[in-house]
Design a protein around this ligand. Structure first.
Ligand code: FES
Length: 196
C-alpha cells in the first residue's frame, strides 16, 4: 500500500502536496496523495493547454495530430490530456470530445473564433439524453446521435438541425494550430443532458 503524504491521510490539493514534496526533497516520492491527485486530473473537465488523445481503438491514448483528422469529417472521438502530467481525462465520460476538421471558409464567424486551422472541438455528449455523439451524417456533414436521431451542425457551433436535442453542443475553444491541437479554455456551456 502506498504511504500517505500527510500523517492523517487527509486529501490535500495537488499544489500543496507538490510544494511540500519539493521542500522536503521528496520530488520522486510516490505517495497516496499523488495517486489521488492523478485521479482528480482524470475527472477534471478539459482546460487551457490540454492536448487530445484518441479515445478508443488501437491508437487509444495516442496524441491526435492535425493530419489524423480527415478534412470534411467525420469526427474523431477524443479525451483531453493534461500536457504536464500526461494524465488522460477519461475518468468521466462527460469529457468526451468530438474533433472535426472542416474548411475554415465554411465555418460561421463565431465558430471560426474558437477553431484552429479549421478544426473544431465539441462536447461529444448529446444534450438530449446524454448518449455519445459517435456517428456522422455524411450527406449533411452533421454530427449524429444514434439514440434519437438528433443532428448538430459543426460548422455553426453545433446548432441543432434535427431531432429532440434541446440545445447545441458546448464548444471547446482551441488555441493556435502551430502548437498542435490544444485547448484554449474549458467548455463554453454545461455538458450533457438537459436537466431541470
Ligand atoms: S440522446 Fe441524443 S437524441 Fe436522444
Amino acid at each position: 500500500m502506498l504511504p500517505p503524504c500527510g500523517g492523517n491521510g487527509e486529501r490535500l490539493d495537488r499544489r500543496t502536496v507538490l510544494k511540500a514534496a519539493v521542500g522536503l526533497g521528496l520530488g520522486a516520492t510516490l505517495c497516496r496523495v499523488d495517486v489521488l491527485a492523478a485521479e482528480d486530473d482524470k475527472t477534471a473537465r478539459p482546460r487551457k493547454g490540454d492536448r487530445f488523445v484518441f479515445a478508443y481503438g488501437e491508437r487509444g491514448g495516442q496524441v491526435i495530430a492535425l493530419e489524423d483528422l480527415p478534412l470534411g469529417g467525420p469526427q474523431q472521438l477524443a479525451f483531453p490530456m493534461d500536457p504536464v502530467t500526461k494524465v488522460i481525462r477519461d475518468g468521466s465520460l462527460l469529457n468526451q470530445v468530438a474533433l472535426i476538421r472542416l474548411d475554415p471558409a465554411q465555418l460561421s464567424a463565431d465558430t471560426r473564433t474558437e477553431a484552429a486551422g479549421g478544426v473544431v472541438a465539441y462536447s461529444a455528449v448529446c444534450t438530449h439524453e446524454g448518449c455519445p455523439i459517435s456517428m456522422w451524417h455524411k450527406d449533411s456533414k452533421t454530427l449524429f446521435c444514434a439514440c434519437h436521431a438528433s443532428r448538430f451542425d459543426p460548422a455553426d457551433r453545433a446548432r441543432v438541425v434535427d431531432g429532440p436535442a434541446p440545445r447545441r453542443l458546448p464548444m471547446l475553444p482551441l488555441g493556435p494550430i502551430d502548437r498542435g491541437i490544444v485547448a484554449a479554455g474549458g467548455f463554453t456551456g454545461r455538458v450533457g443532458r438537459q436537466t431541470t
